[in-house]
Ligand binder design. Structure first.
Ligand code: ZN
Length: 557
């Protein structure tokens, strides 16, 4: 069936979902908007009036470009399901599917190997031309800038080469239909539109920079955080960060509190790197990872011959951190003996190696951390109260991730950028649906859990692709209710239909016998109608005669 529309052949319709309960429309993992063409038209008009024609055209073009790029990625996912040229041709159909225009490719001269391209597309029912006619009247130049941008973005993304479409005929100019022509950027020469509209801000950009410029639309959406690795701008996170920043340039002992995985070590490192000790060592010790009998020698060092097996003298972490910062993580796990020694170091500023009688001066800024409730540990006699008061001069609670969910998109993006090069991947970003799933999750393991998930997703995503739900939560199935599908006549399904489908699915799972089910349904309908065959037939969508015939047949079986 070659004349079957590609959107049907690739079953794109099954990827379009309406979820009325959550107020979301999804096309695959992209969130879509069902907007009034009039509203979009009004925005378009406002752009013209407030920014002038040149800039408005450029903005509309680039907006279309992003839409085209996203659809090209969706098309690329259909690879393997069909011929590459068919997959390519799905772009114009998607544009029609989304209701913006009905394009038909009339000429396509593509050499995938050589990278040459010439294309001509006839476009009917351009919403943009209609809107322009309504709000501005006719025009002596083509007006479908957004449409041209879409075609350019789609082909550029698909072809991995900058291909620009220009509109050479437009219904706004009195032409029969709008016509787009696409060529590689350099083939358009010194076109003023390309110079001033396509290139951001029309600056003196060379052709070589354009590729990078165009990709930037997608990749550099956020500024790099001035907080370094501490990523976030939610109120809860910002409050914690402000406290941290105030402590940076002082020797004050800081006690970091918070659930496991909130990023205590990252906070401690930031504190060190932004203090006047930043050129001195930062030494981190995880007290829970060291056996109780070794913690003292680890922290304070050993003198040769202190115990059997102490063949050489060794400096402890305190000495190694001299002049710098010592980070003691999981402080609550420390033994009573170690607690007593730590207290003495804090009081005197001197340490004593195991088996040594010499006191050594150390200048260490201490940052301690725990996820334990220390007050409770004190009440239960597991932690020294006097040590607690020494350490808790400047307590700082780091919020759990579920209390700073607005930071998740930026965090996930930052982590993606961190891991992509480690796995030699180019990643286009994270899908809208994947972000939504990340936002809906409660993160008991906090930022560390998010980091693990993103790292695994980076490993699983194909290079050049976008991180999707299945990469983040493999095998979890679709936990999100994406909503009802649309049938081929454009009817949106509804919840009761979905329920009915579930019922049919369940029926098919057992030993299915259509005749038995039919007989049972007929019987039920007749019972409900108190034996009135006319009513029962109406219930079943049959005529009375058809019902009588079937009942008779069922009885004879
Ligand atoms: Zn047009």
């Amino acid at each position: 069936m070659t004349d079957q529309p590609l959107v049907e052949r690739f079953n794109l319709r099954s990827r379009l979902r309406f979820n009325i309960e959550t107020g979301q429309i999804w096309l695959d993992e992209n969130r879509m908007l069902l907007m009034h063409a009039k509203a979009f038209g009004a925005l378009r008009q406002q752009l013209w009036e407030s920014l002038g024609g040149q800039r408005a055209k450029g903005l509309l073009f680039r907006m279309g470009f992003v839409a085209g790029q996203n659809d090209a990625e969706l098309a690329a996912k259909l690879y393997g399901e069909g011929d590459i040229y068919d997959v390519f041709k799905i772009g114009p159909e998607m544009h029609a599917f989304e209701g913006l225009v009905r394009p038909t490719i009339v000429e396509a001269d593509i050499d995938w190997e050589e990278g040459t391209f010439f294309g001509q597309v006839h476009c009917e029912n351009s919403w943009e031309a209609e809107s322009h006619l309504q709000l501005f009247g006719g025009s002596d130049e083509a007006v479908c800038w957004n449409m041209a941008g879409y075609a350019s973005g789609y082909v550029t993304q698909f072809f991995k080469r900058v291909i620009i479409f220009r509109e050479i005929k437009c219904t706004c100019c009195g032409d029969e239909c709008c016509v787009l022509e696409g060529r590689p950027l350099e083939a358009w020469g010194d076109d003023p539109f390309l110079q001033h509209c396509v290139l951001a801000d029309g600056e003196d950009t060379r052709f070589e920079d354009l590729q990078a410029e165009l990709w930037q639309i997608r990749t550099d959406r956020f500024e790099i955080s001035p907080r370094g690795k501490l990523v976030g701008s939610s109120p809860a996170f910002s409050a914690a960060f402000d406290l941290l920043a105030k402590a940076a340039n002082s020797p004050i002992t800081v006690l970091l509190l918070g659930e496991t995985g909130v990023g205590k070590e990252v906070f401690a490192r930031w504190l060190h790197e932004n203090s006047d000790r930043s050129d001195k060592p930062f030494v981190a010790v995880n007290c829970a990872a060291i056996p109780a009998e070794l913690i003292e020698s680890e922290l304070f060092g050993v003198q040769k011959g202190a115990y059997t097996g102490a063949h050489a003298s060794r400096a402890g972490k305190f000495e190694r951190a001299d002049g710098g910062t010592l980070f003691l993580d999981e402080l609550g796990e420390m033994s009573a003996a170690a607690q007593a020694k730590l207290l003495r170091v804090l009081q005197t500023g001197e340490i004593e190696r195991l088996g040594d009688d010499k006191m050594r001066q150390v200048n260490v800024r201490l940052v301690a951390a725990t996820n334990m409730n220390l007050q409770q540990a004190i009440a239960e006699g597991r932690f020294r109260a006097d040590l607690y008061y020494r350490l808790a001069i400047y307590p700082l609670e780091i919020p759990p991730l579920r209390e700073r969910k607005s930071d998740i998109p930026v965090l996930a993006r930052t982590l993606t950028e961190k891991y992509a090069p480690l796995y030699h991947k180019t990643i286009q970003g994270i899908s809208d649906l994947a972000i939504q799933e990340l936002m809906d999750y409660d993160w008991p393991g906090n930022v560390r859990e998010l980091e693990n998930l993103v790292e695994r997703a980076v490993l699983l995503v194909p290079s050049g692709g976008e991180i999707e739900v299945e990469h983040l939560f493999p095998g979890a199935g679709q936990s999100l209710q994406m909503g009802a599908p649309v049938d081929r006549h454009g009817q949106v399904g509804n919840a009761s239909e979905a329920k009915r489908n579930q019922l049919y699915e369940a029926l098919l799972e057992g030993d299915f016998d259509l005749q038995k089910h039919e007989a049972r349904l007929l019987q039920l309908a007749v019972e409900r109608a108190n034996g009135n065959l006319t009513h029962a037939a109406r219930m079943l969508g049959l005529t009375r005669r058809q019902l009588a015939y079937r009942v008779k047949q069922a009885r004879e079986r």
